[in-house]
Design a protein. Structure first.
Lengths: 96, 547
């Protein structure tokens, strides 16, 4: 493995990455679950599906939080997660 | 597998800090959770057999219900029937309190029939020991409420969040060495290595269990907030829960279908299930409900023990079921799997035992994690360890082992003083908290080594005394004690005996290390380092470690 220069290495940026994962990760997880809720099997009106949807949030959210630390800097985490949020919510709100 | 070193470093930090923050409360959650796998057995163990009236055959239940309803007004609002459980009276109802709220002073009527078909009844305040163990499991013993929820549940929810991060980060920073050292348990490479290998082996082999537990605990704690999020961002004007218009007709008790009829109907709906419990609620008002607890040893249950079926008690219309086999039931069946995976309510008795050991191994994971942190920060050849290490060692020993000891002593004490108190539950509560606080204080006052040498033998003696108490009860019935009266209650005593052996073994190892182990450690007894120079001359000769 080639040696990485300091600017190529992951910066810890604990606070920004953690907050990005916690907040933007949560809204992103909700948005993705929203896509599943509306366009997934059974649609939005399927009985009891809301419980399944609720359960789905946590694994997605926690995986996002866990892997937010792989962004090179904290601001990259904020930037990418915001971008994904916008994409997901634009899709959700224009087609539901 | 190769992972970049900067990635490894980041995830190593995450693993260390999340583990250190969450480990201690999770330890309590896990060991108490392992015990709740046998909640029914612990409940029965804690009460004299005379409190329970004998079961009656299913065909006599109608006779029993009719006789009780003819003479008791409280039972007319609701009651429970228990089938197939030797530890339960066939019919019970609340004189004071209710099933829905946790109370230390419930009063419950028990009813059964004698051989001539005559009604037998008695009133008692049940021992809530098993319920308290369950509370300890859910809140780590942290009292107080936030809104209408228990504060401890939120604390464990947050701990479970950190625990998930600890799992992911632990796996990532183990990846490079995983294939080489997975099954290696190196005992001769120093104290640190053995603990690290054991920690990794258990963590990786039970990873799916741990992922499931962490995710379900987060959901159990924060489902209200998650539903709120769904409501505001996803569902919009759509209702989250479609509530069908309920049957609001008011029926009279004389219209109540016979138990036989209900059982026949259930047999038809769920042929593979056996009815364990029937709870009639709100019989005197339009919200009348009958909840059935259905058990299938080969099934995947939604509740801690059983699946549930909700019916209208008068019309027998099904309103809800956790095992609805139709296509429309796919979502509730799937959700039931998440619950069952947390409760370990699948795979019958074998599943229960597997979860018991998984729970204990989880407690070991957190305890060993803290020990590893301490070993890593050990200052070699220093006269005194750092303040952080000493405090962490005291907290680990005081809180983790202190909680185990406090529970064991409370259980034992409850059995001995049962006949002297009208309500044993306050004895449990005050004994648990006072012993726990004392032991934690002692651990911070005298340090981890001394505390471990007090608490471990205390655990060993208290758990050993449980089966001895049962022996005494057999030999001297006049003591007011009671011996095991079923396989399950005998099981509690035998498990206590096994625990006692483990605690005693742990005590011996800890003592060995405190007296003869290296002195540059939080586990060394300070007095010895001054008085016995013989041992100080050969510090790392004995790689014994504390438990």
């Amino acid at each position: 493995m080639a040696r990485l220069s300091d600017s190529e290495k992951l910066q810890p940026d604990w606070w920004t990455k953690t907050l990005a994962g916690l907040i933007l990760g949560f809204t992103l997880a909700l948005g993705l679950v929203g896509l599943f809720a509306w366009f997934g099997p059974g649609g939005i009106d399927a009985a009891v599906k809301v419980q399944f949807n609720m359960w789905l949030i946590c694994p997605i959210w926690l995986l996002i939080v866990s892997f937010s630390f792989l962004f090179r800097t904290g601001w990259r985490a904020v930037g990418y997660l915001s971008l994904f949020n916008i994409l997901v919510y634009v899709t959700l709100y224009s087609f539901r | 597998m190769k992972v970049r070193s900067d990635v490894l470093r980041i995830y190593q930090s995450i693993h260390t800090w999340t583990g250190i923050i969450a480990g201690i409360v999770l330890f309590i959650g896990f060991y108490a959770g392992a015990l709740t796998m046998f909640k029914g057995a612990i409940e029965a163990w804690s009460m004299p057999p005379s409190l329970t009236l004998p079961q009656v055959p299913a065909e006599k239940l109608d006779d029993l219900v009719t006789q009780v309803l003819a003479q008791d007004d409280k039972a007319k609002t609701g009651f429970s029937l228990s089938l197939h459980d030797e530890h339960q009276s066939p019919m019970t109802w609340y004189q004071q309190g209710s099933e829905r709220e946790l109370s230390m002073s419930n009063q419950i009527w028990h009813a059964s029939l004698d051989e001539q078909g005559q009604l037998l009844t008695q009133l008692s305040t049940p021992s809530e020991l098993a319920e308290l163990v369950d509370q300890l499991h859910r809140t780590a013993g942290i009292a107080g409420e936030v809104g209408h929820d228990q504060a401890g549940v939120y604390v464990l929810g947050i701990a479970a969040f950190l625990y998930f991060l600890a799992l992911v980060s632990g796996v990532i920073f183990l990846l490079p060495s995983l294939t080489k050292t997975f099954f290696a348990l190196r005992k001769n490479k120093g104290e640190n290595r053995f603990w690290l290998d054991a920690h990794n082996l258990i963590g990786i082999t039970s990873l799916p269990f741990h992922l499931v537990i962490s995710l379900t605990v987060i959901v159990f704690a924060f489902h209200d907030q998650l539903y709120d999020g769904l409501k505001h961002l996803v569902y919009g004007d759509k209702p989250l829960f479609a509530i069908p218009a309920p049957d609001r007709t008011l029926y009279s008790l004389t219209e109540l279908p016979r138990v036989e009829t209900v059982l026949a109907k259930v047999k038809e709906l769920a042929p593979d299930y056996q009815v364990n419990e029937m709870t009639y609620m709100n019989l005197d008002n339009p919200r009348a409900t009958l909840r059935l607890g259905l058990y299938n040893p080969d099934g995947f249950m939604r509740g801690p023990v059983t699946d549930y079926l909700y019916m209208h008690p008068y019309t027998l219309t099904v309103s809800n079921s956790t095992f609805d086999p139709s296509e429309g039931g796919i979502w509730s069946r799937t959700v039931a799997v998440f619950f069952g995976l947390h409760f370990g309510s699948f795979g019958g008795d074998l599943g229960r035992w597997v979860y018991f050991f998984l729970g204990l191994s989880g407690a070991f994971l957190f305890y060993s994690g803290n020990l590893l942190w301490l070993e890593k920060r050990r200052k070699k050849q220093a006269a005194e360890q750092s303040r952080a290490s000493r405090l962490m060692a005291s907290a680990t020993v005081g809180v983790c082992l202190g909680s185990v000891a406090a529970l064991a002593v409370s259980m034992l004490l409850g059995k001995w003083v049962y006949s002297y108190f009208s309500n044993i539950n306050y004895v449990y509560l005050s004994a648990y908290y006072s012993i726990f606080v004392l032991l934690v204080a002692y651990a911070f006052w005298r340090g981890a080594a001394r505390a471990a040498l007090l608490i471990l033998p205390l655990c060993a003696v208290a758990t050993l005394a449980m089966p001895l108490t049962s022996l005494l009860a057999l030999v001297f019935p006049q003591l007011g004690l009671w011996a095991p009266y079923s396989t399950a209650t005998l099981g509690v005593d035998l498990i206590a005996l096994a625990f006692s052996a483990v605690f005693f073994y742990g005590y011996r190892l800890t003592r060995q290390r405190a007296l003869y182990g290296p002195h540059d450690s939080v586990w060394a007894l300070p007095i010895r380092s001054q008085t016995s120079n013989v041992n100080a001359a050969v510090p790392a000769a004995d790689p014994k470690v504390p438990v």
